[in-house]
Design a protein around this ligand. Structure first.
Ligand SMILES: C[S@@+](CC[C@H](N)C(=O)[O-])C[C@H]1O[C@@H](n2cnc3c(N)ncnc32)[C@H](O)[C@@H]1O
Length: 231
């Protein structure tokens, strides 16, 4: 990984903001990811994220924290939060912004236990592929303190396969439709291609049940997205 995501966050943090990240997928064209969005305040967050933060309690883990926007909000409210990310640049920025407990760490290497584990901004993306979901969920279950909860958001991206007449062009012989190849470009440099997983609620619920986790929908978002609570 070249860590172009981290580089972009560092540029923004260091007042070198000149351009946005460009993302695309195997089923969609180029799209801008505005850097200011990655530094959003509570007021600027979508309602699903606000709800997740309001439900957060006890010792909290913010997985894939990025620049640390969610962690900072929780920390400022006096909560005990640890922020982790595999991006070195992201963790450097989170620390610069004032996140006290931030570490470069893959969630699969986390060993502490928590009352609340957050995965926000399409949190299921971190699982990468449907075949990995059980492995991640089992590990997450082992990180939960008694009565602990995982709060995770995702989207049902079936709508991305709709043609103009409202018909669906999903290839039923292909992999799960929420599995995407994800490409990121920043300042004319291409990141190594990544896998990114969008999980519809029913598929997430089934996967949770297979590892002994209960999965409840907390709320729907504005655009096929939802927030789920796993415990
Ligand atoms: C879409 S960004 C979301 C950033 C932040 N949560 C936000 O809402 O602004 C996903 C983040 O997850 C991180 N990430 C991906 N895989 C990870 C893993 N296995 N463990 C920890 N972090 C991971 C990426 O580096 C990236 O910063």
């Amino acid at each position: 990984m070249k860590d172009l995501f981290g580089k972009a966050l560092l540029d923004y943090q260091n007042d070198n903001y000149t351009e946005d990240i460009i993302t695309s997928t195997n089923i969609s064209e180029n799209d801008e990811l505005p850097l200011p969005y990655l530094f959003r305040s509570f007021k600027e967050m979508p309602k699903l994220e606000k709800k997740a933060l309001q439900l957060s309690k006890g010792k909290i883990l913010d997985v894939g924290c990025g620049s640390g926007s969610h962690s900072l909000y929780l920390q400022e409210k006096g909560l005990d939060v640890k922020a982790i990310d595999i991006s070195k640049g992201a963790i450097e920025v989170a620390k610069k912004r004032g996140v006290l407990n931030a570490e470069v760490l893959d969630i699969l290497d986390e060993k502490e236990t928590f009352h609340t584990i957050l995965f926000l901004m399409n949190g299921t993306g971190i699982f990468q592929e449907l075949k990995n979901v059980s492995k991640y969920l089992k590990h997450l279950k082992s990180l939960l303190k008694p009565k602990g909860q995982i709060l995770i958001d995702s989207s049902d991206i079936k709508y991305m396969y709709e043609d103009e007449d409202g018909g669906l062009w999903i290839d039923t012989n292909a992999n799960y439709y929420g599995e995407l190849d994800y490409y990121l470009c920043y300042k004319n440099e291409d990141e190594e291609p990544m896998k990114w997983l969008y999980l519809d609620f029913d598929t997430l619920k089934l996967a949770c049940e297979s590892v002994g986790l209960t999965c409840e929908k907390v709320m729907d978002g504005k655009h096929y997205d939802y927030l789920a609570k796993l415990y």
